[in-house]
Write a protein that binds this ligand. Structure first.
Ligand SMILES: NC(=O)c1ccc[n+]([C@@H]2O[C@H](COP(=O)([O-])OP(=O)(O)OC[C@H]3O[C@@H](n4cnc5c(N)ncnc54)[C@H](OP(=O)(O)O)[C@@H]3O)[C@@H](O)[C@H]2O)c1
Length: 203
């Protein structure tokens, strides 16, 4: 398959690219790095990338930003930023992709453990992840026969030091297990499925 991994130069994305490249033709997408310049916040940028690569079989998203702040500090612009980036960025990749890419295209989106577990400051992250799960279940049904849409929900990745202090007492997951789940979401003939990568949260 010809697979575009948006965010493929990032922490999770690199592991996904490494694994999938053994079997598939993989392009890395991002705003600054990679083979395909694309900004998930911009419908025009997504449309241009899809029109330049109409032969894509699959799009995997390992990008997405949300603000981390407690409720009493989140501004209107924080909420709008989180919604426009991680939620609507991935929604518009599917919506435009279903129209512009070939029939049977596969979309694999990313949410995260904060849909189910709460850590301080993660209220926007949890809300966005929950919305992504609802979107994927609905889109997987509506696009049945035309496209497949699945969601990977990783736990805190062991090798990612940036979040080391944010998940006290949580079991970490390996980059290999996370990457393997993206492969399953890509290749397994299912749609509308949320694939969690946090089998046992607590240590
Ligand atoms: N790391 C974890 O432990 C963990 C756990 C659970 C869930 N997640 C979720 O997994 C996703 C990826 O996390 P990560 O830690 O791998 O991220 P990361 O290391 O920060 O990498 C993000 C990647 O996305 C690209 N990117 C950023 N904004 C973009 C945009 N507007 N359009 C297109 N590409 C964009 C960046 O490249 P450019 O700068 O070139 O655009 C970068 O390659 C996020 O949604 C995160 O919430 C992460």
């Amino acid at each position: 398959m010809k697979v575009l991994v948006i965010g493929g130069a990032g922490h999770i994305g690199k592991a996904v690219v490494e694994r999938l490249s053994q079997k598939h033709e993989v392009l890395v997408g991002g705003r600054q790095r990679g083979d395909v310049k694309i900004d998930i916040e911009s419908p025009a940028s997504i449309e241009a990338a899809y029109r330049a690569h109409p032969d894509l079989d699959a799009v995997i998203v390992t990008a997405g930003h949300v603000p981390f702040k407690p409720l009493d500090q989140l501004t209107e612009s924080d909420w709008a930023g989180g919604l426009n980036n991680k939620l609507m960025g991935q929604v518009r990749l599917v919506q435009l992709g279903a129209r512009l890419l070939k029939s049977g295209a596969v979309f694999v989106l990313t949410s995260g453990i904060l849909e189910k577990e709460f850590i301080g400051g993660a209220i926007c992250a949890g809300m966005v992840n929950g919305a992504l799960a609802a979107f994927v279940r609905a889109a997987g049904t509506e696009l049945w026969g035309k496209a497949r849409v699945n969601l990977v929900s990783p736990g805190p990745v062991a090798e990612d030091e940036r979040y080391a202090d944010y998940f006290p007492g949580f079991r970490r997951v390996s980059r290999e297990d996370v990457a393997a789940t993206y492969q399953r979401a890509l290749e397994q003939p299912v749609s509308g499925k949320v694939m969690e990568v946090f089998p046992e949260v607590s240590l």
